[in-house]
Design a protein around this ligand. Structure first.
Ligand SMILES: Nc1nc2c(ncn2[C@@H]2O[C@H](COP(=O)(O)OP(=O)(O)OP(=O)(O)O)[C@@H](O)[C@H]2O)c(=O)[nH]1
Ligand SMILES: [Mg+2]
Length: 181
């Protein structure tokens, strides 16, 4: 049933994308940059923000949800009908990488996210000395993920680097999985 609904939505070329990650990872800044908005005026997200982006003929409904620890229990309110999960990792935040790993692991066990593909955005790679794709793949044990299709893309919400590349993958993957054009 769920997959029929998904296909119906894909026919309208519409995707529901859930963007999560620890607080301060850069989720809201990524969305702002994609929307060509000023990236210098972000503040922590206490609830959620939905933005609709027209992307190569697809309508992407991006749900940007606040990641502070006290509000992570609300993430579950947004799982339903998610086509893709974008997990945003702060490449400079090595101190909290275990926390990041544990939260992601929990999400991947959620039944309601079972059909979603996973884009890991390794953000803030404009800053020197951060983790690279290889390191984050190893530390987050991404190779162990067999339940979801996944990819890691290093990006920067400040410069805009690879943000389109990531979204391209999300759209392409949805098309591949759901046999639609
Ligand atoms: N250097 C650099 N700083 C970034 C980048 N992306 C975000 N930041 C900064 O990181 C801080 C947090 O960014 P937000 O976009 O608010 O982070 P968030 O993930 O939405 O945080 P919550 O809403 O609390 O979950 C801000 O000071 C941003 O300017 C980036 O790619 N490079
Ligand atoms: Mg935010």
């Amino acid at each position: 049933m769920l997959s029929i609904l998904r296909k119906a939505r894909l026919k309208d070329k519409e995707l529901r994308i859930l963007m999560l990650g620890l607080d301060n990872a850069g989720k809201t800044t990524i969305v702002k940059k994609i929307m060509n908005e000023d990236v210098n005026t972000v503040s922590p997200t206490l609830g959620f923000i939905i933005k609709t982006i027209d992307f190569h003929g697809y309508k992407l409904n991006i749900w940007d949800v606040g990641g502070q620890k006290t509000i992570r229990s609300y993430w579950r309110n947004y799982f339903e009908k998610t086509d893709a999960l974008i997990w945003v990792v702060d490449a400079t935040d090595k101190l909290r990488i275990d926390d990041c790993k544990a939260e992601l692991k929990g999400l991947l066990q959620e039944e309601r996210l079972a059909g979603a593909s996973l884009l890991v955005f390794l953000n803030k790679t404009d800053v020197a000395g951060g983790m690279d794709e290889q390191e984050v793949t190893r530390v987050l044990e991404l190779e162990r993920i067999l339940t979801h299709r996944w990819v890691v893309v290093s990006c920067s919400a400040m410069t805009g680097k690879n943000l389109e590349t990531g979204l391209d993958w999300v759209v392409q993957d949805a098309r591949d999985r759901l046999f639609l054009y």
